[in-house]
Design a protein around this ligand. Sequence first.
Ligand SMILES: Nc1ncnc2c1ncn2[C@@H]1O[C@H](COP(=O)(O)OP(=O)(O)OP(=O)(O)O)[C@@H](O)[C@H]1O
Ligand SMILES: [Mg+2]
Length: 288
Amino acid sequence: MKRALIDLERQVGDALISDDRSGIDVLGYGEISTVLRLTVDGRSYACKRLPPFPENAIGPYREACTAYLVALGERGIRTASSTIEIVPTEGHSVIYCVQPIEDVLLVDRLRTAGPDEVATLADRLVAVIDEAIDERLGLDAQISNWALDSDGEFVYIDVTTPLIRDDDGNEMLDTDLFLASLPAFLRPVVRRFLLGEILSHYYDARAALLDLIGNLKKERLGDAIPVFLDAANRVVDPPITDKKIDRYYRNDAVMWEVLQRLRKSDRWWQRTVRRRGYPFLLPGKVDR
Ligand SMILES: Nc1ncnc2c1ncn2[C@@H]1O[C@H](COP(=O)(O)OP(=O)(O)OP(=O)(O)O)[C@@H](O)[C@H]1O
Ligand SMILES: [Mg+2]
């Protein structure tokens, strides 16, 4: 696996320099990581490439991930089997989180399911989320972060942002690592005014469900919104309203769109003016 990852990282490096993605198979662009497909000995893996970390941040990151996986398990959440691999490249190391490819993604199942199955899945997922989340353990509950295993149980796949707090309520994750994907001038502003707010949503079941429902539209699952809204409103108080969903979706879409544009300008600046490499693969145009 290590050998294959080193080759993969070399291909990513080439893609970053040439801006030609034809040599790599991108499964998904996250706001932070890039997910690449890699086939080794006939088995396919989802390899999540994290932003470049300083060497001394790698150990603590791995610890936070391990603690997160354990805590999720204790709350009854199945997670995709995940290994953290450190891939050496020239000058620094890159972290990959490697998972077997899940055969059934929840978004795909929902697209083909009949109304009764959608309602059952919605009820069950809402219950899983509501029981797991508290102020110590967070979830990015969005629909694209779940798969279904052969028992039909939900499997959480987006484990690269460990949303777990210690006994004193501090994030185990060094959040600066994730701010590094933003243009430098933005980082202090986001750290000071937005980070706490963004993170707090993951540790609150109502906010996490609002996020899940608000993003169904982005996944072309708008028809499922009323069903998920009913399911959520059976467990949250005060109830989530349609108006709130609309407003949420618009704000969220605008925020990420602005961030993506800023990153693209930053990439242009770094490459053209500063004549430096830019270390992230950015998505093309995202339909929101
Ligand atoms: N194990 C997997 N099997 C199949 N597809 C996967 C797997 N892991 C990720 N994917 C695909 O890649 C997409 C993005 O992966 P994931 O949610 O883990 O990261 P992310 O959203 O990029 O994370 P972040 O936004 O926190 O950086 C998923 O929504 C899914 O479509
Ligand atoms: Mg995700």
